[in-house]
Design a binder for this molecule. Sequence first.
Ligand code: XMP
Length: 513
Amino acid sequence: MPGHVLIVDYGSQYTQLIARKTRSAGYYAEIMPAGLEAGPYLEREPGALILSGGPASAVEVGAPKLDPTLLEAGLPILGICYGMQLLALEMGGRLTQEATGEYGPTVFKAAGNGPLWKGLPQEEFTVWMSHGDRVEEPPPGFAVSGRTSDLPVAAMENQKAAIFCIQFHPEVHHTQNGETILKNFLAEAGLVPNWKISSFARDTIEAVRAKTGSDGKAICALSGGVDSAVAAALMSRAIGGRLWSVFVDNGLLREGEADEVKAALTAAYPEMNLKVVDASALFLNALAGVSDPERKRKIIGETFINVFTDEAEKLGKIDFLVQGTLYPDVIESVSPLGPSAMIKSHHNVGGLPENIGFHLIEPLRDLFKDEVRVLGKELGIPDSLLWRQPFPGPGLAIRIIGPVEPEGLAILRRADSIVRQEIKQAGLEREIWQAFAVLLSNKSVGVMGDGRSYGRVVAIRAVTSVDAMTADWARLPHDLLAKLSSRIINEVAGVNRVVYDISTKPPGTIEWE
Ligand code: XMP
């Protein structure tokens, strides 16, 4: 997309946030890894560059650099943190390495009335710092445009060259005026805020039509999650009846799940050719007697692929496989610093192998999750699907400790449904990342009526998280916990004890298996 914002990623944990903030301001942004020659960046025909922060020290040997020919292209540039230091070094300024650095909230004072500070309510405000090195002396042609009590050059600019540098992170929530500063840079760069999800949908539909031609057929595996549902909806808009969507009911779904997904999607897209395949018996047979969690995952993954490819074969010649891959998965795989700590271990529906004879279409590969939800809303997908909490591919099988049997599944399904109902009722559904029940393998002694009971134990897991990499146990109100416990024990036959899991991740994980 010519004229967009190109973010060069020097490995900051906030790089994706820069892209998201830029896009939500209406400017399309893409991320490319640092360390390339100028050519690949310029081929993308950007209208402006943002150099991200990063963990390295610009003065150290082997630190990621900037190809000087990129500077000759005359593009407006915003250097953030490491990006600022790199520009300072590259253009003849002086840097020093610090023993202590500056981290966290800091009072920043803007100097002069440069374009970045346009419309700010006051010249002093709090910003988020996270740096070791500092710019001691700006390069020739640059003026100091901001300082902190510790840092004489906390911002610098060369208005003529349209190069602006800030030591703080405008993209993080804790920086006051951060969004205004980013927008000021983009406006100063002469870019027009015309990125909209509706234009994305229109362009993608056109691109899909061009790729599939007039008779290409596609198949999509629906997981019940938001990504595959939105991908299917977009594809359906693009190619109508030449899309087939397959939802495999593996017998490990939650109460009412397959029906809900089917009803939600067919209401919006009657022509979607949605097929729900009931393969529960196959999955449960394959899982019989298996306790080891990784074995369970493997069996479920393999069985899914067999069922899905069988279905695809029944449809005759299919050319394309649609997957709901998102932008974070795409960027992670080209990270300059190798696989980053943010990489998720569980991708996509059932982990379909790439060599099953289809060409791949990934219509959401430029979008972040929040954008997928906006798109889904625009495509008429109901909130119940768009805001569904994450649910693992292997489903309830990894929430039953020990072998998966119909009796245990029935107990877990009922208990889990109560947990979800009550969390929803309490208005906590969006605040909580995941809330669910786990069925333990041991039994516990209790008294019920006048007799001794020996029943199953259900654990409730509810966590808050932003990305599932780390998680904290949710501080559910005691009254809610009491209600959950009494409803599960009273309504689910065979259960006589309920416990609440108060482990964080790490060292625990969100799931029990
Ligand atoms: P853990 O348990 O590793 O879970 O803290 C992190 C997130 O991943 C989900 N999860 C899975 N998703 N297949 C999936 O599709 C899996 O095998 C799987 N295991 C865990 C989990 O629900 C949480 O959101």
